[in-house]
Design a protein around this ligand. Structure first.
Ligand SMILES: [Zn+2]
Length: 339
């Protein structure tokens, strides 16, 4: 394994010194979908010493087209993404310490996880979580790297607390929302482009080469051959509630993460019940036996069918209800079985 990193060390801006720094660093990756698996694999191969991965979902057939850490076997076994990612990353590089959390990235969780991270990578699919990341990153002064992609389009932006405008500053000036993977689909080269930007910026930050940071919001469309790089420095707002002089970190103030959410691209509603944290899956299995159809489980989750809707109950008390986007329908089914 002596020459494992030899080609990366030969790259002058990294060198032996940079390689040693990478081994001492810790990157927090929020989301283990397409962006999360791409980022995690590159950083593990590059020899970053510690990775923490947070994801609330399990692997589905529709993920395999672009989520590079997962296999058909993971789909068949209903393995949560964070758990399968950890196993695959440890097989790729046993020197890397990988922590996996099958959880929603709520304000409470993120405030704890962000402390101790050197860089945060946004690999989420929603703005609710991105704004929590943005506030936590500002509060604890950890750089984070925004990334998003849909169709053949992607964008990325590096946010340095105390220096660059934050995501909140950009809210009114830059169109951040728009199409989702539900409506426009996605091709994996768009994912890889965003991952390349995120990983490169991460490595620059980890080895301290801040001069080399891009400093612009980059976006591209790999199908329509478009590329742009926008200098957003003038958008920094001194009265920004997230990064301004009297910041109040609004997204950390109350737990803004909804108790219910419709998951992007999944025809699925998630319900979070704070009273069910640390659910004992074995006793739920006993309770549900005979009352539901096709009851299956593994150490991380239970799945079963009620009125043609597939339910997945996780250890942290969340339930995913597949086959509906109707929050009220999902809630009424949920409350019949879980009170
Ligand atoms: Zn701001």
């Amino acid at each position: 394994m002596n020459n494992r990193y030899s080609r990366q060390i030969l790259f002058a801006p990294i060198g032996e010194e940079g390689q040693n720094k990478l081994r001492e660093k810790h990157v927090l990756i929020i989301g283990a979908g397409a962006l999360g698996s791409g980022n995690a694999e590159m950083l593990a191969r590059a020899g970053v010493g510690e990775l923490t991965i947070v994801d609330r979902d399990y692997i589905d057939w529709s993920n395999l087209q672009r989520q590079q850490l997962y296999s058909e076997q993971d789909v068949r076994a209903h393995i949560p993404k964070a758990i399968a990612a950890k196993a695959r990353l440890e097989a790729i590089n046993s020197d890397v310490q990988v922590h996996a959390y099958v959880k929603d990235a709520t304000a409470k969780e993120l405030e704890e996880l962000v402390q101790g991270a050197d860089v945060i990578i946004d690999a989420t699919d929603n703005f609710e979580t991105r704004f929590i990341i943005n506030d936590a990153a500002q509060k604890y002064s950890v750089p984070w790297i925004y990334g998003a992609c849909v169709g053949s389009y992607g964008l990325s932006y590096t946010i340095l607390p105390g220096e660059t405008p934050c995501l909140h500053c950009l809210l009114q000036s830059i169109p951040l929302g728009g199409a989702t993977c539900d409506t426009a689909g996605i091709i994996s080269p768009a994912v890889s482009m965003v991952v390349s930007h995120q990983v490169t910026e991460t490595i620059k930050l980890l080895i301290g080469d801040t001069q080399a940071l891009r400093k612009t919001l980059v976006s591209f469309d790999v199908w329509n051959n478009e590329h742009s790089s926008v200098n957003v420095q003038s958008f920094k707002k001194h009265d920004c509630p997230s990064c301004g002089e009297n910041a109040i970190y609004p997204y950390l103030q109350k737990d803004n993460t909804s108790q219910t959410a419709v998951l992007c691209g999944r025809d699925t509603v998630q319900i979070r019940n704070p009273y069910m944290e640390n659910a004992d899956l074995q006793s739920y299995k006993k309770m549900l036996q005979g009352k539901v159809h096709d009851l299956k489980g593994n150490p991380y989750l239970l799945s079963f069918t009620i009125e043609e809707k597939r339910f997945v109950l996780f250890q942290d008390g969340r339930v995913l209800i597949h086959g509906t986007k109707d929050i009220n329908e999902a809630k009424s089914l949920y409350h019949r079985y879980f009170g």
